[in-house]
Design a protein around this ligand. Structure first.
Ligand code: XUL
Ligand code: CO
Length: 443
């Protein structure tokens, strides 16, 4: 038996702590590229990447989908919901320790079963998070962020804080308050709001302005409560354009930034960008990261990847190194994570049914980001692409371009300049940059 089992039982027996063995290794249960102690640009990979395991996909999701039942057998399941939750907690901390992720994230109901009413549900959450606190202390694993699931229970079918019926919003408040308390107790670095039902199915029965005002008001109340209760971490909104609602209010980075500014939330909230949500909104992952970063509001990342052949949230483990490279360029470009990290909001495919697949999936994702980090650092160190971008905008650095940026030109003066000569054609050099990129990745 390995040294890594947490409770009374080892759930992933036969698998020890996952080690870095390098790219020559043919051991499937080893990292080929993620070497946690390796220095990259002045920090270790562990410090840069701040990997986090998502409780819901890894320990709750069992392969069931709208067309078929569960495919995965979980040895921690028990007919008694609290017993099941305690077993699952042990399995979770065993897994997180063995994979070597410094963080995890959870929704309240991932960890603690809902009771017959809110009071019972909160009691369960307190009992489970007391245990989670002990597990965190004994393993050193930390909470990246906590959140409340205010989208699954049928009472939220018309929305959570955006619900047309005021009486539902009290339930939301009770649940969010308890989840904030739990997050504070567990020393969470962040608290996330993802509004799956904060949107509409039909505009015919929806007062959109009122619903948005209600969400804005509610988030102000939640922020005020959490700050008063001692929460010093970051609040996140996680954009997603649709699914489960037809239209979700937190559509994409740009929409959420406007919302945060409109409702006075942009000093306390940042964005948690999920790759597959950005692509559902018709953007590249890197686009939504850039929009958030340029606004000074890039906080954290839900690391996964979608399938560009279909239009839903497939939540795959990321392996596309072009994407992880671009993502890491944005993250390094903002100076690295502060409270955020890379949370694997990703699930194994329905037919990846072996318990070890949970390890293999995380190894793939962690290696993909380790490759992306190193490629991004090579791109930064070499500086060629950044220099090309600088040169492309050089006409704004001095003379009339500089006067324009400084607000010293009128439209008439600018128009008079345009009269003088036809601009020269200047190449964007995209294909050359793409060949440089392949050099950084494979050279
Ligand atoms: C749903 C999703 C959520 C949030 C947390 O698409 O990404 O799991 O990350 O509620
Ligand atoms: Co997510």
């Amino acid at each position: 038996m390995s040294d890594y089992f947490i409770g009374n039982k080892e759930y992933f027996s036969g698998i020890g702590k996952i080690a870095y063995e390098g790219k020559g290794s043919d051991n499937p249960l080893a990292f080929k590229f993620y070497d946690p102690d390796k220095m990259v640009g002045g920090k270790t990979m562990r410090e840069h990447l701040r990997f986090s395991v998502a409780y819901w996909h890894s320990f709750c999701g069992d392969g069931g989908d709208p067309f078929g039942n569960a495919t995965m057998q979980y040895p921690w399941r028990d007919p008694d919901p609290m017993k099941s939750a305690k077993n699952k907690l042990d399995a979770a901390f065993e897994f997180i320790t063995k994979i070597g992720a410094p963080f995890y994230c959870f929704h309240d109901i991932d960890m603690a079963p809902e009771g017959a009413n809110r009071v019972e549900s909160e009691k369960n959450l307190i009992e489970m998070t007391d245990l989670a606190k002990e597990r965190q202390e004994s393993t050193g694993v930390k909470l990246l962020w906590g959140t409340a699931n205010v989208f699954s229970n049928p009472r939220y079918m018309n929305g959570a804080a955006s619900n047309p019926d005021f009486s539902v919003v009290g339930h939301v408040a009770h649940q969010v308050k308890a989840a904030i308390d739990a997050t504070i107790k567990l020393g969470g670095a962040g608290y996330t709001f993802w509004g799956g039902r904060e949107g509409y199915m039909s505009l015919w029965n929806t007062d959109m302005k009122r619903e948005l005002d209600h969400i804005g008001r509610f988030l102000n109340m939640a922020r005020d409560y959490a700050r008063k209760a001692g929460f010093t971490g970051t609040f996140y909104i996680e954009p997603k354009p649709m699914e489960p609602s037809k239209h979700q209010y937190d559509f994409d980075s740009a929409t959420v930034i406007g919302f945060l500014r409109q409702y006075g939330l942009d000093r306390d909230f940042k964005l948690n960008i999920e790759a597959n949500h950005a692509t559902l909104a018709g953007h590249d992952f890197a686009h939504d990261l850039r929009v958030a970063r340029d606004a000074g509001l890039l906080g954290s990342v839900d690391a996964n990847q979608g399938d560009l052949m279909n239009g839903w949230d497939t939540d795959e483990f990321p392996f596309d190194v072009y994407q992880t490279t671009m993502a890491m360029l944005e993250i390094l470009g903002m100076g690295g994570f502060v409270t955020g990290g890379l949370n694997f909001d990703a699930k194994r495919r329905r037919n990846s049914t072996d318990l070890e697949d949970l390890f293999l999936a995380h190894i793939t994702g962690m290696d993909a980001f380790a490759l992306g980090l190193q490629a991004a650092q090579r791109i930064i160190d070499d500086g060629k692409i950044a220099e090309m971008v600088r040169t492309r905008y050089a006409s704004w650095d001095s003379g009339d371009g500089d006067a324009f940026e400084a607000g010293k030109l009128t439209l008439e003066e600018l128009a008079a300049m345009g009269e003088k000569s036809e601009p020269k054609s200047v190449s964007g050099k995209q294909e050359y940059i793409e060949s440089l990129l392949n050099g950084y990745l494979f050279g």
